[in-house]
Design a protein around this ligand. Structure first.
Ligand code: PCA
Length: 216
């Protein structure tokens, strides 16, 4: 029996929706063979998001952590390759903090690679006709901060936990107001069912994975 912790974020940047919260509503109701799944909904708060996740890791002791976040403007499901040790927020988080141009953890490594099977996830998504690509930057906002902090916690404590981050595009309804505000009819989005199917596949691939990818 493997334990998987799945995290999602609340809406931010003036939006009413965060697709990751919608995705986990559906995923929560699914059964995965030989797996115990726990969902953690997080505030877009630079300090609390990390603290809540690390606290939950201590209680639940997951074998796998899959963190989800919205990356508005992207057109595909994006497993992230790397978390970097830098905060540089373009906008404040939901608690008003705007961390600018400073390492997340002083003296810690520059970056960590995802230990999830990101190539296999992208292959399987493509086979299911779901748009997917590896992303080489998780940004420098709350998602990267969470991703980096979790990877650092795992490394520092020498945990066997596999962990990584997946960014997803907007849902259609989120783009309607943006199309007006930005005078652009082209903000990309994916349907909820497609994102749910995609994250389900990603979870199944992660559950089949027995060890870290070779290069880590
Ligand atoms: N996306 C933001 C933070 C919360 C979310 O869903 C990010 O990419 O940093």
């Amino acid at each position: 029996m493997k334990k998987l912790l799945l995290t999602a974020f609340e809406p931010f940047a003036g939006q009413q929706i965060n697709p990751t919260l919608e995705i986990v509503k559906d995923i929560r109701a699914m059964a995965f063979a030989n797996a115990q799944l726990e969902v953690l909904e997080l505030p877009v708060a630079c300090f609390d998001a990390v603290e809540l996740t690390i606290h939950r890791m201590g209680e639940f002791k997951p074998d796998i952590i899959l963190m989800l976040g919205e990356a508005g403007g992207r057109a595909s499901i994006h497993p992230e390759r790397v978390a970097i040790n830098m905060d540089d927020f373009n906008i404040p988080d939901n608690t008003g903090h705007q961390l600018k141009g400073k390492p997340i953890i002083d003296g810690a490594p520059v970056g960590y690679f995802s230990s999830l099977p990101i190539n296999e996830i992208v292959d399987q998504l493509k086979q299911a006709h779901i748009p997917a690509e590896i992303s080489n930057t998780a940004g420098l906002y709350v998602c990267n901060r969470l991703f980096y902090s979790v990877m650092h916690f795992i490394a520092k404590n020498d945990l066997p936990t596999l962990a990584g981050f997946i960014h997803v595009p907007y849902l259609h309804e989120q783009t309607l107001s943006l199309n007006v505000e930005r005078h652009s009819p082209d903000v990309p989005w994916l349907a909820r069912e497609v994102m749910v199917a995609g994250i389900k596949i990603a979870i199944e691939v992660c559950l089949r994975q027995d060890s870290r990818p070779q290069f880590i």
